[in-house]
Design a protein. Structure first.
Length: 155
């Protein structure tokens, strides 16, 4: 194992996907699966399911075939539940909800990598995200025209 002291927290809101995760990681005590959506605060939220699990989102993307009520946890609550004080690397692909989570990033998060969905966000721009993530010296890679990007950065 390359990082033998690593603790991995896997967050997945969709019930069927979470069952798959449990099947694959139950043998490893250093992987902590949590069934929840990540948000700015704790609560309960509708998860919009579509024909493919690739597009499940807490945002209504217009292709919803079913709604699943799921718990939503803030990063602070996730860290408390996992009993960690710092996140070395935060990897995210949360289908438009990333814009709600960014303001809660703090010095507790060392590095970030994730997908930005400007086509799903509430009018955010690349400049807005750059300003919010300024402490991470963000770098952007365009995935699709001007509405999908990968962002990486570290403090």
């Amino acid at each position: 194992m390359r990082y033998p002291k690593a603790k991995i927290i896997v967050i997945e809101p969709a019930g069927e996907n979470f069952k798959r995760i449990l099947k694959h990681v139950s043998h490893d005590s250093d992987i902590i699966p949590i069934q929840a959506a990540v948000g700015a605060e704790d609560g309960c939220i509708d998860l919009h399911l579509g024909a493919s699990s690739l597009g499940y989102s807490v945002l209504d993307r217009g292709n919803t075939t079913e709604i699943e009520k799921v718990p939503m946890l803030s990063l602070d609550s996730i860290m408390a539940q996992a009993n960690i004080e710092k996140i070395d690397v935060l990897k995210f692909d949360i289908e438009g909800a990333e814009f709600d989570v960014f303001p809660s990033l703090s010095e507790k998060v060392g590095a970030i990598i994730g997908e930005l969905h400007f086509d799903l966000g509430d009018g955010y721009s690349l400049r807005d995200v750059e300003s919010i993530l300024i402490d991470y010296n963000p770098r952007f890679e365009c995935l699709r025209e001007d509405d999908r990007f990968i962002v990486t950065g570290e403090r």
